[in-house]
Design a protein around this ligand. Sequence first.
Ligand SMILES: *[C@@H]1O[C@H](CO)[C@@H](O)[C@H](O)[C@H]1NC(C)=O
Ligand SMILES: *[C@@H]1O[C@H](CO)[C@@H](O)[C@H](O)[C@H]1NC(C)=O
Ligand SMILES: *[C@@H]1O[C@H](CO)[C@@H](O)[C@H](O)[C@H]1NC(C)=O
Ligand SMILES: *[C@@H]1O[C@H](CO)[C@@H](O)[C@H](O)[C@H]1NC(C)=O
Ligand SMILES: *[C@@H]1O[C@H](CO)[C@@H](O)[C@H](O)[C@H]1NC(C)=O
Ligand SMILES: *[C@@H]1O[C@H](CO)[C@@H](O)[C@H](O)[C@H]1NC(C)=O
Length: 549
Amino acid sequence: MEHNHKNFPTKFLAFLTTSSFLLRLTTALIGSQGEWQLLRNSTGVVAMHMALTYQDTVLMFDQTGFGPSGYRLSKRLHGTRCLGNPVSDARCYAHSVEYHISTNTVRPLRMVSDPFCSSGTFLSNGTLLETGGYANGYRRIRYFHPCNDGTCDWKLSRAKLSDDRWYASNLLLPGENDRVIVVGGQRVFSYEFVPKLFPAEKAFSLPFLRQTYNKTERGNNLYPFLHLSSDGRLFIFANRDSILFDYRRNTVVKTFPRMPGNGSRNYPGSGSSVILPLTHRDRFQKVEVMVCGGGAEGAQTAARAGRFLDGLRTCGRMVITGNKHTWSMENMPHPRLLMDMIILPTGNILFVNGATRGSGGWNNADQPAQRPFLYNPRKPVGKRFSTLKPTKIARMYHSSAILLPDGRVLVGGSNPHQRYTYRNVTYPTELRLQAFAPQYTDKRFSRMRPRNVSVEDSDGVNVKYGQGFLVTFRLAGRPDVLEFNMYAPPFTTHSVAMNQRMLKLRSMRMVREAPHGGSGGKVTVMLEAPPSPNVAPPGISLKLTASFV
Ligand SMILES: *[C@@H]1O[C@H](CO)[C@@H](O)[C@H](O)[C@H]1NC(C)=O
Ligand SMILES: *[C@@H]1O[C@H](CO)[C@@H](O)[C@H](O)[C@H]1NC(C)=O
Ligand SMILES: *[C@@H]1O[C@H](CO)[C@@H](O)[C@H](O)[C@H]1NC(C)=O
Ligand SMILES: *[C@@H]1O[C@H](CO)[C@@H](O)[C@H](O)[C@H]1NC(C)=O
Ligand SMILES: *[C@@H]1O[C@H](CO)[C@@H](O)[C@H](O)[C@H]1NC(C)=O
Ligand SMILES: *[C@@H]1O[C@H](CO)[C@@H](O)[C@H](O)[C@H]1NC(C)=O
């Protein structure tokens, strides 16, 4: 697709709109600790990787290389019927599904090549680009273009990656048309671009990955945390170290101070990271990164000998723009690893899933972390964390979480075993699907939720960088302060939310009509679009959120 970077093609959806589905499930009031909802007893396939599409469906997939899933097919994905004993025939089982949010149903997809521990990113037209995996998937490139009629499926690209990418990370780049960078992989100390600028373009060596690789610990720098800074450069965090990287010139611009404390933040240490919400107040210039949890020093070696060390309890925050860089450290309520960090529409961070002891990898963790943490980045140190309602389901290795358009967080997966194993193990393969509903989704706030949100003319809106655009919606209540946030939905796996990003937008003008009837008064707002692709890489599936203070 020809793509003009002056444009910012965006389909907006409103967060915090109450769906009838949510109302059906929520009978009691949701308290400040939130509520767990069991959506399905089985998705059939472990939600090891998840991504929310702009068609409001969720892709879930695991791996094709280790036998049957929990989703038996009547026909092989290639068309022929599954007769006799299909257990030995992997093609008689789905390894990817599409979850349809409003109907709460799953549809099997045809996953080609093994995407085990792969990485992904949405392109500007809403297609998911998915790269790498294991064995026959090491160098594969797959696409999924979302649809609303249940006909779309995975497509395997004829192009291949230059290096094996097992446990790599992806990020959509701002400057070039829909170029994606793919960084790292097991024993692979390089990065590359998809698509390539010219057919013979190879991978580029990245010594930083070799320097941060711990052989005895199986890496501890895999699935590096990637964040796009406001100057268009790339922040890369691996193990305990981080750099600012100019991928256009293949140069390290800055080496940041090492994060204090021992242990490792990246896979298999398996901490997590976000870029805190950027704000229009400084023209989105200040960028602050947060890295939390992970595995203790030697945790991987110890876990494989059956000893589960306490995970890391600390988080570090560091401003990566400007000239002064220091990690400010703070404690989580308890040690945590294998968790997801999801930015909520309020700008707070939800920590969900994971364990308190051990490391990543098969059967390497113990003591599930069943209470989510809520983190408010605006409060003073010591007052930022609170703990929320615990779930009854352990979500260990190979679990994931994503934010839904209505503000809930979808939580799925967990499988610390090679095969689907339901019995005689401490942490069985988990196929149940849950949503965590934060307090703001409660019915009592319905009057504060925007309804009938539309952005200028709702079809094919091209919001231009740095320019005003109109948003209208209906609002029954009259909150004192209205905030408008834009959210890029991530691809999540192995505690990493690739491309997750939230921007606090400036409201230039707002007109509120008096409420009439149940649907409330019309509100018309002129919002200022982000100034550049460095601040907001283009995307169709960005979500507009409104929150009330
Ligand atoms: C899950 O299974 C239990 C036990 O069979 C049943 O009571 C419950 O209604 C099911 N829940 C859903 C969401 O299907
Ligand atoms: C979206 O962009 C990708 C990459 O350029 C392309 O392969 C795909 O066909 C596009 N999808 C549609 C529906 O245009
Ligand atoms: C970090 O590890 C070193 C070497 O093993 C040890 O001497 C030191 O006490 C550790 N520091 C902390 C804070 O645990
Ligand atoms: C790798 O991890 C081990 C713990 O298993 C630690 O003793 C060692 O210092 C680490 N190596 C490097 C280069 O950091
Ligand atoms: C259950 O696990 C134990 C210990 O791993 C093993 O000895 C036993 O044979 C298993 N039982 C079954 C029924 O698989
Ligand atoms: C708001 O949207 C609902 C459902 O899409 C529709 O039925 C209703 O007529 C709309 N209300 C207004 C005032 O546009």
